[in-house]
Write a protein that binds this ligand. Structure first.
Ligand code: 5GP
Length: 255
């Protein structure tokens, strides 16, 4: 495994967190170990990908934009009592997080029908889903993240029924808070994907919450404000991402 030059950064309380070994390099983020076994650093890179990595680009400023949005949402959720891996930002692109053992599930909450739901089932694009749907995919790019159910999850030993219940309840709670906040900014939260992990027996929300993992529509114009702009060449994705960051961060206090 590649060892990167050690960098140091002061964190709260004057404690120094040292970034050490590259643990994992994903499609758009890199995860580093630190000198604290319980803490990792997630670096949001300027890469963007779609269609299982079939389409990729590097866009200047994308990493810092998604890091800022993720940081904003993690803090909003923490204030509502939701346990997340977020500890703090070290700089524009590097987030200090609690080390988790990740659960290989993509937990997708859907408020309106779009994307794969419309492709695979007879829903109409934009149809309201009441109550919202929680759909679980098995996170494995080599298998194209197939949809999974509670029985398969138990048979594979991915999570216990009780853990799964906590994950689904938390995902719906996240949906309630994010939908309400975004509605206040004139944005409809169509759907989004979350990932969870464990530290000891406790389940935490991990990964990121950004325009890469959400579908957002402008309430008035129905314009896409998310990665669909990149997926389907609907315009300048960085301009759209920067606009969302601006709308979110000027959104005032929640609730
Ligand atoms: P769909 O199943 O319609 O492709 O995606 C539903 C929602 O989950 C969308 O907001 C999409 O961005 C997000 N999503 C689904 N799979 C992934 C994935 O592998 N990576 C990321 N970043 N988001 C995903």
């Amino acid at each position: 495994m590649k060892t990167i030059p050690e960098r140091e950064k002061p964190v709260k309380g004057g404690i120094i967190l040292k970034q050490t070994k590259l643990l994992q390099s994903g499609k758009v983020k890199s995860v580093f170990e630190t000198d604290d076994i319980g803490r990792l650093i997630v670096e949001f890179r300027d890469d963007i990908t779609a269609f299982d990595g079939g389409k990729k680009d590097t866009l200047k400023g994308k990493g810092s934009c998604n890091a800022a949005v993720s940081s904003f949402f993690f803090q909003l959720l923490e204030k509502q009592g939701i346990k997340t891996h977020f500890i703090g930002m070290l700089d524009d692109t590097r987030m200090e997080v609690r080390r988790l053992s990740m659960i290989p599930l993509e937990v997708i909450v859907r408020n309106y029908a779009a994307g794969s739901l419309v492709r695979n089932y007879p829903f109409k694009e934009g149809q309201k889903l009441h109550p919202p749907l929680v759909v679980l995919d098995y996170k494995d790019d080599s298998r194209h993240d197939p949809m999974i159910n509670d029985e398969i999850i138990a048979a594979l030993g991915i999570a216990t029924p009780r853990e799964l219940e906590t994950i689904k309840e938390t995902a719906l709670l996240v949906n309630r808070h994010l939908s309400a906040f975004l509605a206040g900014q004139g944005i409809t939260l169509v759907d989004f994907k979350l990932e969870f992990g464990k530290a000891g027996k406790t389940i935490y929300l991990g990964d990121e919450i950004s325009m890469d993992s959400m579908r957002l529509w402008d309430k008035k114009t129905k314009e896409s404000l998310d990665k669909d702009v990149y997926r389907f060449d609907r315009g300048d994705v960085m301009e759209v991402y920067a606009r969302v960051l601006h709308r979110i961060s000027s959104g005032g206090n929640y609730p």
